[in-house]
Ligand binder design. Structure first.
Ligand SMILES: Nc1ncnc2c1ncn2[C@@H]1O[C@H](COP(=O)(O)OP(=O)(O)OP(=O)(O)O)[C@@H](O)[C@H]1O
Ligand SMILES: [Mg+2]
Length: 363
């Protein structure tokens, strides 16, 4: 089985402990994305799995085999772990042609020449690069170079791929296209993928499961993209997964008032007796209108973004962002300009205790 199991892995550099006791498992055949802010330890973890670093404690298993376990004196070399790896900082070797880049792992494995040629050409075809095998990397676009890096990682037919931010250097359109291609390759080849990134859109688009890591290298939540987005366990996960509004609400006796004003919250109140609360919601969960029930506010900024119009709204000293589809805004007379009054209501929101933002409180 092409699985990865990480048990209690710790890794420090000098006094800096990157991972304390990390436990994580990637299932056979899934695309698992590890998402976390810059510096949280994603690359370190991939290097530990690939065998370029050794853990201080804990164990790493790939399929049935234990590949790292310092307590048991086990440390299998990277070449013997059977993984395909694309790292963020080195993509392709600039002094080798496309063919030679892709052939490299096979030469290391001493594959006979005719079989090697067939395999290289097959893999180059797989990533849509047929006809370009004699080119040097400097004669390729960024996206093509990325395809070569993928092909090199795939040529030895690994059953597990580790991908470290392979799309960061690409422009937005290409990045979008490539992430679907990676997903397609994963399905077609039926391989297990562990993908690390700080781009939540990539994670949502390609993953079967996502794990969110915080700055201290701790896993906050693991689940399907939908669960992580719609059912975040705490304010960190919520904030990390896209634009988040945090609206302050204060409790005065049994009444909950928004911002610094006197408008009571027109939705279900949280359970608990904290004095200060935060209501969390995404711009897409806010409805803006001219009349009707809701909170009265003022449009402070209106930005036309093409498909949507983005509004920054103030409600009694609390700020929030909302977006409305341009078509809907025009047809419903919801094109607001700066300074206009508006009414805000919500499809869905989450309650947090303002002192910690630690976990979602039930309404
Ligand atoms: N060889 C090393 N020696 C010392 N410190 C290191 C080393 N490698 C990584 N670190 C530190 O470990 C921490 C985690 O680094 P890592 O590269 O894993 O972050 P990351 O999550 O991949 O970030 P990014 O999203 O920016 O790529 C950082 O603080 C980094 O400075
Ligand atoms: Mg990194």
């Amino acid at each position: 089985m092409a699985t990865i199991q990480i048990e209690g892995v710790a890794k420090s550099y000098g006094a800096h402990q990157v991972h304390k006791a990390l436990t994580l498992s990637v299932r056979h055949g899934e695309c698992f994305t590890l998402l976390g802010p810059s510096g949280c330890g994603k690359t370190v973890l991939l290097r530990l799995i690939a065998g370029f670093e050794t853990p201080d404690a804990g164990s790493i298993r790939i399929g049935e085999d234990c590949v790292s376990d310092p307590a048991a004196g086990i440390n299998i070399s990277p070449d013997s772990r059977g993984l395909g790896v694309v790292f963020q900082d080195y993509a392709v070797w600039p002094h080798m042609t496309v063919f030679d880049n892709v052939a490299y792992p096979l030469k290391l494995a001493k594959m006979p020449k005719p079989a090697l040629r067939d395999r290289v050409m097959e893999t180059i075809g797989l990533v849509g690069m047929t006809g370009l095998e004699k080119r040097m990397p400097s004669e390729l676009s960024g996206g093509q170079q990325q395809r070569v890096a993928l092909a090199r990682a795939l040529s030895a037919k690994p059953s597990i791929m580790l991908l470290d931010e392979p799309l960061t250097n690409l422009d937005a359109n290409l990045r979008e296209e490539m992430r679907f291609e990676i997903k397609e390759l994963q399905r077609k080849l039926d391989i297990t993928v562990l993908y690390v990134t700080h781009d939540q859109e990539v994670a949502l688009a390609i993953s079967d499961r996502v794990a969110i890591m915080d700055d201290a290298g701790q896993l906050r939540q693991t689940g399907s993209p939908w669960e992580i987005f719609e059912r975040p366990v705490d304010g960190f996960v919520f904030n990390f997964m896209g634009i988040a509004n945090f609206m302050p609400v204060r409790r005065v006796g049994e009444t909950y008032l928004v911002g610094k004003g006197e408008q009571p919250v027109p939705w279900e109140k949280p359970q608990g007796d904290a004095p200060e609360w935060v209501a969390g919601f995404r711009p897409s969960d806010v409805r803006i209108s001219r009349t009707g029930a809701g909170l009265r506010g003022v449009v402070k900024r209106a930005s036309f973004l093409g498909a949507v119009v983005d509004y920054l709204v103030e409600v009694d000293g609390a700020w929030l962002r909302t977006s409305i589809e341009t078509f809907e805004a025009i047809s419903g007379a919801m094109m607001f300009t700066q300074g206009e009054s508006c009414v805000i209501s919500f499809n869905h929101l989450l309650w947090f205790d303002a002192r910690t933002l630690a976990e979602v409180v039930k309404a």
